[in-house]
Design a protein around this ligand. Structure first.
Ligand code: DGL
Length: 281
């Protein structure tokens, strides 16, 4: 894969170390749930979001392909002068974190550990469910981290591939989505989990439907909030927090900026300016 240099228009200007942006990376639009949580918790931080829309979905691809794409995105963001990188994509966090780390010199946070930590804290019985893409579930990453934190946990994972296109279609709280959720989640309900990790960037947008299907006794874990807590703590420890002024937000995608702009407007409730950076494959 050949790379083009980061065009100056996508790179925030150099300033003090704390003025450098936090990079947030996802396969597409869904990572905006994490971006949104970070920008609400740290409104002064400059952020640059990269959606690899040329290669989405990652969830049906091989770990090798996801690793290759993720590495290129990490290198691109590194060249943009980021101070830390958040891999908002669960699939990339599950199968490609080591390769992302090789692509950048800055600290990297994925979403698996924050989500797993929240689930372990929330679960009374230790019976924890995980829903995610096929790649995330078959990687076993959440199961490994959850049982690492709580060895006696009983973990059940189910892939829900139709949820991603339903979210992108805007059917967040719709009868069709609910029927799909009932079918996917039936084994989870029978399994009696008391905590369910929404292990995909898109799923927090289906929280109402999933809550109805799973019933009141099940805590739903959205790793976005906990990831924002973790990146905030990391920057504080490194002395790199930006604490004054309003942060600048940049959005870059690898294809289809118009579609991204439309969906992003709906997802984060404001108009965004989106630039395109294509990778040559
Ligand atoms: N961002 C992906 C994730 O969180 C979902 C979409 C995709 O398959 O690329 O796993």
């Amino acid at each position: 894969m050949k790379r083009r240099l980061c065009p100056p228009t996508t790179c925030p200007p150099a300033g003090g170390a704390s003025d450098r942006p936090i990079g947030v990376f996802d396969s597409g639009i869904g990572g905006l749930t994490v971006f949104d949580a970070i920008s609400r918790r740290m409104p002064s931080e400059n952020l640059v979001y990269f959606g690899d829309t040329a290669h989405v979905p990652y969830g049906t691809k091989s770990p090798e392909a996801v690793g290759r794409y993720s590495f290129e995105v990490a290198r691109f963001l590194d060249r943009c002068g980021i101070k830390a990188l958040v891999v908002a994509c669960n699939t990339a966090s599950a199968v490609a974190l080591p390769r992302v780390r090789r692509g950048t010199r800055v600290p990297v946070i994925g979403v698996i550990l924050p989500g797993a930590k929240s689930a372990v804290e929330a679960s009374r019985s230790g019976s924890i469910g995980i829903i995610g893409t096929e790649a995330t579930i078959s990687s076993g990453a959440y199961t490994r981290v959850v049982t690492g934190l709580r060895p006696k946990a009983r973990v059940v994972g189910i892939a829900c591939p139709l949820f991603v296109p339903l979210v992108e279609e805007g059917w967040w709280d719709d009868a069709v989505t609910e029927a799909v959720a009932r079918r996917y989640l039936a084994p989870m309900r029978l399994g009696g989990v008391d905590t369910l990790i929404l292990g995909c960037t898109h799923y927090p947008l289906l929280k109402d439907v999933v809550a109805r299907v799973m019933g009141k006794g099940v805590a739903l874990i959205d790793s976005a909030e906990q990831t924002a807590v973790e990146i905030c703590g990391l920057l504080r420890r490194m002395g790199l927090e930006r604490t004054s002024g309003r942060g600048r937000h940049r959005f870059v995608v690898s294809d289809g900026p118009e579609r991204f702009r439309r969906l992003a407007g709906r997802l984060i409730g404001k108009e965004v300016d989106v630039r395109c950076h294509r990778f040559d494959l």
